[in-house]
Design a protein. Structure first.
Length: 631
């Protein structure tokens, strides 16, 4: 059947629907007249039925003509041939039945597909059309959301939706981000926090500075990515269409043979055999078979989008269902990516406060993650950083040094502070050690750690329960650090000290040994690895729109456990596709045999072989769009 494009038109009020209603009304009247017919009314029934058939057929005659001009035999051609032939052998009521039910089945399909797409197109309605702009002096004016520019400040009242991505400049509230990230609970937002277009402000009023215009927001890019995803056909869909391209002409020839051969051989009931041939044309129509995959995939994409899982089409969805091994990055995926101070030892202890003050001043001169973690730690102790820093110098890979408050201080690795290294010894596995040495004689040792994400162990366990092994960590970090993290979360294998090209080589080796492979990373540093894997998965990208449009699968929230849910959804989708294809083929086979044996009428063939099978596979597919929050 021809699928209508998504759009605002209600399929039940379309021109196609109106023709179907007229055809159905005329068909019903013709049936009633025929049921109580006599010689005087038989002609009336025939005329009404013929008009019903032509009105209903006008929904698919143009498509049939275009197919014939392209030398193709499709379902519209089959239905048109069957309809015309039925009228020619004086079976107008059967022709009307065919025209009405086929048109009605196509209408049902259009409505079902639009319903699935509606879950996507509703994203357009998440952002408001007009916003309140906060101008100089607090003056409020209104402006169209589409005209928002970077730097504008707009106000969102409680219960309102955000119009553009931005940073909160004033106000406190809780924001429901479920529509974008899939998070089930509202997230507290205050000054300095990032917010996303399309999310719902639940409590207080917020003033938000625009960081991306509406056309470039995460929401807008999600919508564009979904449009691309919808057109990205699954391998199964392509295979089914290739099969249908061969199947349709073969069964058409078979139907012609059923109608012609017995007649040529002088069968007494030649008209009955012609009717069987027409019925076989209807039975052969691959409507349900062709729609089984696209309707299922569209429903699954819609269901995934509602959960904050953006899958770029049917191909990645099927690939995700067949994944047998997964590689993960360490920093930002298995760990938080933010270093924190775990332990501090100062010798002598009574110098601790002064040393930490000078250390914070020293580290405050650089943006290195280790330095940032130390300055934040010192601030939490209520210790102010010293202000007089002279002669600051940094040795890449070793550490930093300066004179602070007249005292020389060095901080970094063992070679940068040899006396402290001798006193404190090597760091434990999985820890970053910073050694501090002052000209005053004071020394210190700080241990920092990149904390393991609390959901990482459950994530690995869920993958194992799905039969996905091994889960391999690929990282450029040291073997000791990587092994320590892997042991805490249950990772099966660790490859440490890898450069980007090493990760690519490792992935190729894993694919050769284990088959379909996915890679989970941050989408920036791991770009080559993500491109090499069969499925590239990035997580926590609600605030990184560029990544949304490039990843095979994007987990909008920073939630590792969303990936096992995505895999379960993908596997369920593939199961539903297979079931739907099985239903369609089994229906065709049974009705085809019954038709040749004279057990199936034309009306029954249309009702079961076309309408029934199409409705059944469509209803089965639609379950994916309305399945529970956590598939």
């Amino acid at each position: 059947m021809t699928q209508s494009p998504a759009g605002p038109m209600n399929p039940w009020r379309s021109r196609h629907a109106k023709r179907t209603y007229v055809s159905g009304a005329l068909w019903l009247v013709a049936l009633l007249i025929e049921a109580y017919s006599n010689r005087g009314t038989a002609g009336t029934a025939f005329v009404l039925a013929a008009v019903s058939a032509l009105v209903g057929g006008s929904n698919f005659f143009p498509s049939a003509w275009r197919a014939l001009r392209s030398a193709r035999l499709d379902m519209n051609v089959l239905m048109s041939l069957a309809l015309v032939a039925a009228i020619l052998i004086d079976e107008a009521v059967e022709a009307a039945t065919l025209a009405f039910l086929f048109s009605f089945a196509e209408l049902l399909e259009r409505a079902a597909v639009q319903r699935a797409r509606r879950a996507m197109t509703l994203l357009h309605e998440l952002a408001p059309d007009v916003v309140e702009i906060v101008g100089p002096g607090g003056v409020i004016t209104e402006r169209a959301s589409a005209d928002l520019a970077v730097g504008d400040v707009y106000r969102v009242r409680a219960g309102g939706r955000l119009a553009a991505d931005g940073i909160v400049r004033a106000g406190m509230s809780s924001v429901d981000q479920a529509t974008i990230t899939g998070e089930s609970l509202p997230v507290p937002k205050g000054s300095g926090d990032e917010v996303l277009a399309g999310t719902l402000n639940q409590e207080g009023s917020l003033e938000i500075e625009v960081t991306r215009p509406a056309a470039e927001s995460a929401l807008a890019r999600i919508i564009r990515a979904l449009r691309v995803a919808e057109s990205n056909r699954a391998p199964t869909e392509r295979a089914v269409q290739q099969f249908a391209a061969v199947y349709t002409p073969v069964v058409t020839l078979l139907a012609v043979a059923v109608a012609v051969v017995p007649t040529v051989m002088g069968a007494a009931d030649a008209g009955a055999w012609v009717l069987r041939g027409i019925t076989l044309l209807v039975v052969a129509c691959p409507c349900a078979l062709v729609v089984a995959t696209p309707v299922t995939v569209v429903s699954a994409l819609a269901g995934a989008a509602r959960r904050g899982l953006l899958v770029r089409g049917g191909a990645p969805l099927e690939a995700l269902a067949r994944v047998r091994a997964i590689a993960v990055d360490k920093t930002g995926t298995m760990t938080s990516g933010n270093l924190s101070v775990e332990r501090v030892v100062v010798e002598p202890p009574d110098h601790a406060r002064a040393l930490l003050s000078r250390l914070a001043a020293l580290e405050g001169r650089t943006e290195h993650p280790v330095a940032r973690a130390i300055t934040e730690y010192v601030a939490t102790l209520g210790i102010d950083a010293s202000t007089k820093v002279e002669g600051f110098a940094m040795t890449p890979g070793l550490g930093v040094g300066a004179t602070v408050d007249g005292i020389a201080i060095r901080a970094g690795r063992d070679r940068h502070a040899p006396a402290a290294a001798q006193r404190f010894g090597p760091p434990p596995a999985g820890r970053v050690q910073v050694l501090v040495q002052e000209s005053s004689g004071a020394e210190a040792m700080l241990l920092l750690t990149d904390t393991v994400r609390p959901d990482a162990p459950n994530f690995v366990r869920a993958l194992h329960e799905l039969g996905i092994r091994p889960v391999v960590m690929l990282t450029g970090d040291s073997a000791a650090t990587a092994s320590a993290v892997a042991a805490r979360v249950g990772i099966d294998d660790v490859r440490a000290g890898l450069l980007p090209e090493d990760k690519v080589a490792a992935l190729r080796g894993l694919r050769e040994r284990h088959g379909m492979l996915a890679m989970v990373g941050d989408g920036v540093n791991d770009a080559p690895a993500l491109a090499t894997a069969d499925v590239g998965i990035v997580m926590g990208v609600a605030g990184a729109p560029a990544t949304i449009e490039t990843a095979d699968v994007a987990l909008m929230s920073d939630d590792l456990e969303a990936l096992p849910r995505a895999i379960r959804l993908a596997r369920r989708t593939v199961r539903v596709v297979r079931i739907n294809i099985g239903i369609a083929l089994a229906t065709k086979l049974l009705l085809g045999v019954g038709t040749v044996l004279g057990l199936v009428s034309l009306s029954l063939a249309v009702l079961l072989g076309d309408v029934g099978a199409t409705v059944l596979v469509t209803a089965s597919a639609m379950r994916l769009a309305r399945s529970p929050k956590r598939p």
